[in-house]
Design a protein around this ligand. Structure first.
Ligand code: NAD
Ligand code: MG
Length: 402
């Protein structure tokens, strides 16, 4: 159901408010108390942080999937006189996302776990700010159909996709005839200059230390393997309704050009800025207007140059899996995403090596290829997600202990 926000503040629900994107979203919101009010906040495990956010932003609702944690949050909030109601259980995320009083939902949960709540927001016709790329990688065509049928407004928060979106006209009907292809930029992460043979020894601490962005652990590892870019290729295919070959990737180590649209007439449109997620977040919140984001301005005279290089496939074998999965029957991208979530967790917990992440992903996609049934509902996709996780766990077990 759509509600008019004319003359009142937009009510925002932030799913995953204690994460990196969640915290940056609250930072932008806090700069505009006249425009936005926080309706709901959610966290997976971080009770003290969620409680502090509730005390500061006084949301109507807070959600913690776990019952014990929800109880703890209720106790802490009551002690401090807060009136925020704490809901528990994973379904409460979907309830909050579809709540009639909510105008905009920031989807900032990491992983496929965020998909059901995104689907709920889409079906309820919300303004859906999508940071949770895994949800779209898993949901694919069904996700986009739900957005269209629900009358939702899907706004990309991933910096590359926000850049592309900012380079395109507001009329989506004009996108197809305008775009020749798009170029997603990638920083190359911390290992751009490494010898491929040395990557097997990479530690979790090295992999999460990104040169240009401060982010959650999962996306940081994904940036180091460039699986993040693979997920973004799939995300772009759906967001902009492109053929897979219309999505290209180039390494741009400075992370200043956030991505580019190459038009039919060979003109190139790009969006530039300092690497700060508050810019795409502010744009998602205020679209089609623009508001202060808190990010520093780009100082062109301080730039040491903008450079571009091809992706070295020996260093980043995972990137190619994106096009491979897009060429396979629907469900392959869900399998790839699930495998990668398991592989990254296994790497972070010290069970497999950095280079094993790709082995697990490639094996899982290969083993599941063509073995699953047709995909006509989200439950079919969640089933593929479960089977791919089981396959990926066996691949992990076969690789460890090393
Ligand atoms: P993060 O790990 O910092 O935060 C994740 C949030 O999701 C936390 O609030 C956590 O409590 C919650 N969460 C985690 N697992 C959950 C589960 N199973 N159920 C419910 N809630 C859960 O991650 P992040 O870096 O903020 O990234 C969030 C999403 O945004 C990811 O999909 C990521 O790819 C995307 N993204 C992030 C950045 C960035 O700069 N951090 C940039 C582009 C896109
Ligand atoms: Mg990105």
């Amino acid at each position: 159901m759509k509600t008019s926000t004319a003359g009142r503040r937009q009510r925002i629900a932030i799913l995953g408010s204690t994460g990196s994107i969640g915290v940056s979203t609250l930072d932008v919101i806090a700069r505009h108390p006249d425009r936005f009010e926080v309706f709901g906040l959610t966290s997976h495990q971080r009770v003290p942080e969620l409680v502090e956010q509730c005390l500061r932003f006084s949301p109507r609702i807070a959600v913690l999937p776990d019952r014990e944690r929800a109880r703890e949050a209720r106790r802490l909030l009551a002690e401090r006189g807060s009136r925020t109601e704490v809901l528990e259980g994973a379904q409460a995320l979907g309830q909050l996302a579809a709540e009639p009083e909510v105008d905009a939902v920031m989807a900032a949960i990491v992983g496929a776990a965020g998909l059901p709540a995104c689907m709920a927001a889409a079906a309820a016709g919300k303004r859906l700010l999508l940071a949770n790329k895994e949800a779209l990688v898993v949901g694919g065509a069904l996700f986009m159909r739900s957005v269209a049928e629900g009358g939702a407004t899907l706004l990309p928060i991933d910096s590359e996709h926000s850049a592309i979106f900012q380079c395109l006209p507001e009329d989506r009907g004009a996108w197809g005839e305008r775009i020749d292809h798009i170029v997603l930029t990638a920083s190359g992460g911390p290992f751009r200059r490494r010898a491929p043979e040395s990557l097997h020894a990479v530690t979790p601490a090295e992999a999460v230390a990104h040169p240009n962005w401060v982010m959650g652990r999962k996306i940081s590892v994904d940036s180091a393997t460039m699986m993040n870019k693979a997920l973004e290729v799939i995300e772009a295919r759906w967001l902009f309704d492109l053929a897979p070959e219309q999505v290209r990737v180039v390494i741009h180590p400075q992370s200043i050009v956030h991505s580019m649209v190459v038009c039919r007439d060979a003109s190139v449109l790009a969006q530039l800025g300092t690497p700060d997620m508050r810019v795409p977040i502010a744009y998602g919140l205020s679209f089609p207007e623009r508001i202060e984001s808190g990010a520093s301005r780009l100082d062109f005279l301080q730039l040491q140059g903008l450079t571009f290089e091809p992706v070295d496939e020996r260093l980043f074998p995972g990137l190619g899996l994106a096009w491979q999965a897009l060429a396979a029957p629907a469900g392959a991208t869900a399998a790839l995403n699930a495998a990668n979530e398991v592989a990254v967790e296994s790497f972070l917990s010290g069970t497999i090596r950095f280079t094993d992440i790709h082995t697990v992903n490639a094996r899982t996609v290969e083993r599941l290829a063509g073995r699953h049934g047709a995909v006509s509902t989200i439950d079919d996709l969640l089933d593929i997600d479960r089977r791919a996780r089981a396959e990926a766990h066996s691949a992990v077990a076969a690789l460890a202990p090393r």
